[in-house]
Design a protein around this ligand. Structure first.
Ligand code: FES
Ligand SMILES: [Fe+2]
Length: 348
């Protein structure tokens, strides 16, 4: 199940250039390229003639030429040239998707183009804010996209999946947790006060004494999860809103379904201290990437079981509160989308 009427991250900005890039998004083949003036185009990756992916073709100025028999399409998806004939039928057109380049990512709207409002793009400004140091990365994951949302909304797994990197048992045993929900958002706040810092935090912040650590998870549909995480020495006032003498980061995730069973996992890590220190940005990205590979092993193993055993009964625990709220919102939005599609048909 996918929500179509949403912006999604389709690519990192540096992936899209003058060589067509083909990528499947929400079960639809899409081809992206840059026009000569640098603007990004996203079209259906299928030639009208005999269905070859246009990403196998090449650019002629701003036009994309099919590799097979040379049909050419403009940036709006209109066929503008058919070799060997003067007449191009007006119906020769493929789908063009609205795209916006923002925060070093290329965003695409997969649903009704009339609803594509760039103001609805979720804020990821930390990725290109000069007051923050940041790096982005990408993982291809062989699992349904919702397994990643579940994972990021329940960080108790850090104590088990990531015990050698970003986790420790204090995360589960000493945490105070609050879950809040709006019509289209869920926030999970965890405070772990007066506890030892985990290995990555010791490496990044040089902590030798206990810390007050926070994890504030903000989810927006379908799969945007922004984590505000950090720690300060215990007793310096972080729980009351005073963040001094410690470290503060944003872990920024945007998951885009590829198929029902695979997804594109775009993510970045930003840090507020020493913003110009590229080596620090690289180190943090490397540490988190190591942890994320531990997560990917979990997602892909879950997915295998879910494909073998359809709809198995499952147990919910207290830690799932945020996960359940988010799933309810997604189900409601999906039902709304389906109802909106069916309404005009019913009226016919
Ligand atoms: S399949 Fe594209 S031109 Fe024939
Ligand atoms: Fe994880």
């Amino acid at each position: 199940m996918f929500l179509k009427n949403s912006w999604y991250v389709a690519a990192n900005d540096h992936e899209v250039g003058r060589k067509p890039l083909g990528r499947v998004l929400l079960n639809e083949p899409v081809v992206m390229y840059r026009k000569e003036d640098g603007t990004v185009v996203a079209l259906e990756d299928r030639c009208m003639h005999r269905h070859l992916p246009l990403s196998m073709g090449k650019l002629d100025g701003d036009k994309l030429q099919c590799h097979y028999h040379g049909l050419q399409y403009d940036g709006a998806g209109k066929c503008v040239r058919i070799p060997g004939q003067d007449m191009v039928p007006p119906t020769a057109k493929i789908r063009a998707y609205p795209v916006v380049e923002r925060y070093h990512w290329v965003w695409i709207w997969m649903g009704d183009p009339a609803l594509a409002d760039p103001a609805k793009i979720v804020d990821y400004h930390w990725l290109d804010d000069e007051n923050w140091g940041a790096r982005t990365s990408y993982l291809h994951v062989k699992s349904n996209w919702q397994l990643i949302v579940d994972n990021l909304l329940d960080l108790t797994h850090l104590a088990f999946v990531h015990e050698t990197t970003i986790g420790n048992s204090a995360l589960v045993d000493n945490a105070s947790v609050k879950v809040t929900r709006g019509p289209e958002e869920v926030q999970v706040t965890r405070w772990i006060v007066n506890s030892p810092a985990p290995p990555t935090f010791v490496k990044a912040g040089g902590f030798t004494e206990p810390v007050d650590r926070w994890q504030i998870i903000d989810w927006r549909p379908p799969a945007f999860i922004r984590l505000d995480v950090g720690a300060t020495p215990t007793g310096t006032g972080a729980p009351e809103g005073k963040r001094v003498g410690g470290i503060e980061m944003r872990n920024l995730n945007a998951v885009t379904p590829e198929t029902e069973n695979t997804c594109h996992y775009f993510w970045g890590q930003a840090h507020s201290w020493d913003a110009k220190n590229g080596a620090l940005s690289d180190m943090l990205l490397g540490q988190i990437q190591m942890a994320f590979l531990e997560d990917v092993a979990v997602f892909e193993a879950q997915q295998k079981n879910l494909e073998m055993i359809k709809n198995p009964p499952q147990l919910d625990i207290n830690a799932d509160t945020g996960v359940i709220q988010a799933r309810r919102i997604i189900d409601r939005l999906h039902a709304d989308e389906m109802a909106a599609i069916q309404r005009p048909q019913a009226a016919e």
